[in-house]
Design a protein around this ligand. Structure first.
Ligand code: KIV
Ligand code: NA
Length: 277
């Protein structure tokens, strides 16, 4: 496979060929995504919860996400790799946002960054980062970094005002220079209209068919606990499988079945003699 480029993603939209994006937070996750042939990987700040155990995305730092991003880079060859910029790393100024985005490109080898929101300050950040030569993915609808201000993790675009806001912000993010936009937790009918309106691909999550889809890796492989969001579909049982494997190992250690002779190294008689002496 050849490396996925921005023109290739634009082409996918034009041909109505759905774009596949999945999150990844480490080397094996990136390798698996690569082997499965996805188009884009996202080092999401959802890693805050799914691999680092934070309560929400807001507390994760740039340094923490960079560790994850570097590991993903080492495992990613053809997929287009996007990194989330965490909450607090872009809010202060365009300069701060560019400096953060540059770190993800320079230190982690990101192909692009994703930034949440479509209000005036965020649009200014998008323009500044794009002007610095870094491809930007926008993110509108439910924006988890500022979910408290939205009244919690809830669907957007369900009222007249909210639907207008989603549409306005998605268009504004495109006009600010984003090459792609994630739309999260918005009714499919709204996204369908937006899809025809925008030149850039819409990657949906809880947003209906769109130009592409993204899911959190650990949600789709079944490696998250508790009630998943309505839009999650589970394709695997890795959580249960992992627990069962560890439990089987624990049983065998406790019963003396593991390790067996086949897991042990052989020594020469001389070495055993020497150890005895
Ligand atoms: O952090 C993340 O995983 C995301 C996707 C759900 C879009 O932002
Ligand atoms: Na995110």
């Amino acid at each position: 496979m050849t490396k996925i480029t921005i023109p290739a993603l634009m082409q996918s939209k034009a041909e109505r060929k759905p774009i596949v994006m999945v999150t990844a937070y480490d080397y094996p996750g990136a390798r698996a995504a690569e082997r499965a042939g996805v188009d884009m990987v996202l080092v999401g700040d959802s890693g805050a919860q799914v691999v680092l155990g934070h309560e929400s995305t807001v507390s994760v730092t740039t340094d923490e996400l960079l560790v994850l991003a570097k590991a993903v880079r080492r495992g990613t060859e053809t997929a287009f790799m996007v990194c989330d910029v965490p909450f607090g790393s872009t809010e202060l100024s365009d300069e701060q946002a560019v400096a953060t985005a540059v770190r993800f490109v320079k230190e982690a080898g990101a192909d692009g960054i994703k930034i949440e929101g479509g209000g005036e300050p965020q649009l200014s950040r998008v323009r500044a980062i794009v002007a610095a030569g870094i491809p930007v993915v926008g993110h509108v609808g439910l924006t988890p970094q500022t979910a408290t201000a939205l009244g919690g993790l809830r669907a957007q675009g369900r009222t007249i005002a909210s639907a207008r806001r989603v549409v306005r912000e998605a268009i504004a993010v495109q006009e600010a220079g984003a090459f792609c936009v994630v739309v999260e937790a918005v009714p499919a009918e709204i996204v369908e209209l937006l899809r025809d309106e925008l030149r850039i691909p819409i990657i949906g999550i809880g947003a209906g068919p769109a130009d592409g889809q993204v899911l959190v890796l650990h949600d789709l492989i079944g490696f998250t606990e508790g009630q998943a969001a309505k839009f999650v579909k589970r394709y695997g049982t890795i959580g249960e499988d992992t627990t069962a494997a560890i439990a089987a190992y624990a049983d065998e250690v406790r019963s003396g079945v593991f390790p067996g002779p086949e897991h042990c190294y052989a020594a020469s008689d001389d070495a055993v003699e020497a150890a005895r002496a």
